[in-house]
Structures are given as C-alpha cells and as structure tokens.
Design a protein around this ligand. Structure first.
Ligand SMILES: O=C(O)CCC(=O)C(=O)O
Ligand SMILES: [Fe+2]
Length: 141
C-alpha cells in the first residue's frame, strides 16, 4: 500500500495540459480523497468523460486492474483522468492498495467455468508493470 499526494497547479490552457493523463490504476483498489472544492477527476463512460462531484468527507473507492483480473472481468478498472482548473489549484490523496511483489495474480478459480471462461493469464505482480502501457491488455486470453 502506498499513498500519493497530488498537487495540480491552476492552468489556463486546459486544451493543452492534463492534471493527470488518461489511465487505469494498476492497483487492486485505490482510495481517493478528492479536493472538496475543486473538481477535476473524470471517468470514461462509453466515449464520454464524466466529472465526479465530491461529497464532503467521503472517500472514493476506485477498482484497479488487479481487481478486474481477480474477478475475471466482473469488476471493471475504469479509465480516468484529471483535468486542470483555470483559476484554482487542486489537491487530492490517492492510496493504492496493491499485492506484494511475489504474489501471483490471476482470476479466482471459483469464478471460472464453461459459461465464464478464464479471461486473463496469471502473472507475478513484480512483472505486471513490465507488460507495457496498459498492462492488463497484455494478459487477455
Ligand atoms: O486526483 C485525483 O482525484 C485522482 C488521482 C488518480 O487518479 C491517481 O493518482 O491515480
Ligand atoms: Fe488514478
């Protein structure tokens, strides 16, 4: 588990600068404490980016790639990004819950049967990030 404190300086050129480029978290799940006053986090639904509104003192739990793999695709790890704000700085805290490096990751055996075949190969977590830009794609069967 590790925490990242994000600081997004205000930026008038929203068309040129991302706070955080589109990505999916490579964690099992991520606990996010978003800025209560400055919006910026957006999730991709279909081909549309949806802004997340914040609830005071509430955290946001995001499903990461490892949960998608372990659940054999039942739970999805969504693409998300952070857009900058023209007039206000923004801060957030993200706590990434991850497996140990030596853990082997794969779909739970109990979820695999004739109707729902295995969707992902197994891999050691230490090797996960070496698979490329969107590692989960490389594990698809
Ligand atoms: O700043 C946020 O609200 C989200 C941060 C995030 O997605 C990340 O750190 O991976
Ligand atoms: Fe993220």
């Amino acid at each position: 588990m590790y925490a990242r404190f994000n600081y997004y300086p205000r930026c008038p050129r929203l068309d040129l600068v991302y706070g955080l480029k589109p990505h999916a978290d490579g964690s099992t799940m991520t606990i996010v404490l978003p800025d209560e006053e400055v919006l910026g986090l957006q999730f991709l639904r279909g081909d549309q980016w949806i802004s997340v509104s914040t609830i005071p003192e509430a955290v946001l739990i995001n499903i990461g790639d490892i949960m998608e793999i372990m659940s054999n695709g039942i739970l999805k790890s969504p693409m998300h990004r952070v857009v900058t704000n023209a007039t206000s700085d923004r801060i957030s805290v993200a706590v990434f819950c991850c497996p140990e490096e030596e853990n082997e990751i794969g779909p739970a055996e109990g979820l695999i049967n004739e109707d729902t075949p295995r969707l992902y190969k197994k891999i050691f977590y230490s090797e996960y990030y070496q698979l490329g830009k969107r590692p989960i794609e490389a594990l698809k069967i």
